[in-house]
Design a protein around this ligand. Structure first.
Ligand code: ADP
Ligand code: MG
Length: 541
């Protein structure tokens, strides 16, 4: 009819569709997880918006309904969620919002087969997975608060259509015209198994229509509310994969109940692998906040940004169900929860750090993120210091500040560090010569953030932390420091060199830091060290 509008997919979508359909063929059952997750998200959003905006509340007992129809060869998934306007249909189901196809393609290529299904969730392209099993997809949606409904339809090949439609209640209905080779997804038993496997933790009730009846498909219990003794390792791991869009085993599982001034249950995980972080620059913790089991938001900043790799759920009784976003910023109850949760994660790290090998794995994944805390968070800086790990000029593998201090030479006054881009290059730096010759250990720091935090931490166990490229360092007091042999008399040379390098350097000094090399560049006392100067130059200053 004339009211049907035809739209081209965004340029990237076409390629992406092709990719999803082909690369994930053997895991195609996950399309159901993605569509059910979207439906659950939409219902959570409606519940939340109903509290703060003029949006009709989610009806009592609202559910996600899955309806297979063998005769028509369709599978329908309908929800009572927030719904979409015409514009939202076009934008959400016609473009790629969160990440580029290139990043997705690259990650798919890098991923092992078992890792691929979770990438879809991480990259925010879950809806398109419907085309793995459907030759045509129709979406009818009515935004909560709006009168009109719209129908989106596509065969997943280049374009989609939009047309006016009707829908009694707000929400979304997705109809999949199942491909001939995907008829297994019309079997209620098969659907039931998929929901059990992938979506059992969704707290919205899910039903599958069978013989004219809606059968409950998910247990929907809030795992974090169950006693630890009743939860198996595998249930924890499955829940972790669900909240984190992950496929690995968690490295640490923290499950506890806080009682007293603050009451909450928390189930948190530290991943065993570094995720494929597609969202650059997003530093906020995504730990989910629930109030009396109801999901409220994943943007409550429940943990500081330097613990953003921690995944999971915090569920409290101390907030009202109708907590608004503004309230989340200012309520003292939430501040107390944040403090308690942060403290608990730190003490877990402290205890896990006793196992050096296990901790090294964690450190290689998330160490650079944790170091951001030593830079930006005065409240936790001191507590973080012993948790940091370093490469060193003196020992293999990773070492810590307490271990360094225990190895310090008699008469050594400072903890010495050398900061640069690459640990291997640092280990060969001529800056180290004098220190090596005297048996003085230097920590080698090669993460971006290393240019910043040492200055803030300033000292550890009363020992100042000093960059060896900065100012003059007197090594003569150190016990057994007799490496320089006869000190060359360079006093006459210095003014000549200074004159020759006029405008290039501010000072030329004799040093006992070198053994084989004749000269080395140093940064002035009190100013930024050499690595910091490099970064500032790169930033165009
Ligand atoms: P993601 O869920 O990671 O954002 P998807 O590809 O799964 O990515 O979905 C894209 C967007 O489409 C969602 O962010 C949401 O805005 C919208 N959407 C999908 N399904 C629904 C639904 N059932 N109800 C409302 N909005 C939906
Ligand atoms: Mg989704």
């Amino acid at each position: 009819s004339e009211t049907v509008e035809r739209h081209e997919f965004g340029a990237e979508v076409g390629r992406l569709l092709d990719l999803v359909v082909h690369a994930l063929y053997s895991d195609r059952e996950i399309f159901l997880r993605e569509l059910v997750a979207n439906a659950a998200d939409a219902m959570d959003r409606r519940r939340f918006e109903a509290l703060t905006q003029a949006v009709p509340a989610l009806p009592e007992g609202a559910s996600i309904r899955i309806l297979p129809d063998k005769a028509a060869r369709t599978l329908t998934i309908s929800d009572q969620g927030i719904g979409m306007t015409k514009e939202e249909l076009a934008r959400n189901l016609g473009t790629i919002a969160r990440s580029g196809t290139r990043a997705f393609t690259q990650s798919l290529a890098d991923a092992k087969p078992g890792e691929r299904p979770s990438l879809i969730g991480q990259f925010g392209v879950g809806f398109y997975s419907a085309f793995m099993v459907a030759e045509r997809v129709e979406v009818t949606s009515r935004r909560a608060g709006a009168e009109e409904a719209w129908a989106w339809a596509s065969a997943g090949q280049g374009d989609f259509t939009l047309a006016p439609a009707s829908r009694e209640e707000p929400g979304t209905t997705i109809t999949l015209h199942i491909k001939a080779d995907a008829e297994e997804f019309l079997e209620p038993i098969r659907l039931q198994t998929i929901i059990r496997k992938w979506a059992d933790h969704i707290t919205v009730p899910i039903t599958i229509a069978q013989d004219g009846k809606d059968e409950p498909a998910n247990e929907g219990t809030a795992l974090w509310r169950k006693p630890k003794a009743e939860i198996t390792e595998e249930q924890y791991a499955e829940f972790y994969r669900h909240v984190a869009h992950a496929f690995d085993q968690p490295w640490a599982t923290l499950h506890w109940r806080a009682e007293g001034t603050t009451e909450f249950a928390a189930l948190l995980f530290i991943p065993g692998m570094k995720p494929f972080m597609p969202v650059e620059g997003d530093r906020e913790s995504r730990v989910r906040l629930h109030v009396r089991r109801m999901f409220i938001t994943d943007q409550a900043g429940l943990l500081p940004p330097w613990l953003r790799f921690v995944q999971g759920v915090v569920d409290t009784e101390d907030l009202p169900l109708n907590v608004s976003r503004e309230m989340l910023q200012s309520t003292p109850a939430l501040a107390r929860i944040r403090k308690a949760v942060t403290g608990r994660v730190l003490s877990e790290l402290k205890s896990k750090a006793k196992d050096a090998e296990g901790y090294a794995g964690f450190w290689e994944n998330f160490g650079p993120v944790l170091k951001e805390g030593a830079w930006e968070d005065a409240e936790y800086r001191k507590e973080l210091a012993p948790l940091l790990r370093f490469r060193s000029s003196a020992v293999e593998g990773w070492t810590s500040l307490p271990d360094y201090v225990s190895r310090m030479k008699e008469g050594q006054e400072a903890i010495y560090i050398l900061v640069g881009d690459d640990a291997e290059a640092l280990a060969k730096s001529s800056q180290l010569e004098g220190f090596r010759a005297r048996g003085v250990e230097v920590l080698l720091l090669s993460d971006q953030v290393d240019a910043f935090w040492p200055e803030r931490l300033d000292r550890f166990e009363e020992k100042p932390i000093r960059s060896i490229t900065q100012g003059s360092i007197d090594l003569s007091k150190i016990a057994g420091a007799d490496a320089s042999g006869e000190a060359a008399d360079v006093a006459k040379l210095l003014p000549l060199l200074k004159a020759a390098l006029e405008g290039e350097v501010s000072e030329v000094r004799a040093t006992d830091r070198l053994v084989d090399s004749a000269v080395v560049l140093a940064a002035p006392e009190g100013g930024p060290d050499l690595q910091m100067q490099r970064l500032l130059r790169r930033a165009g200053r």
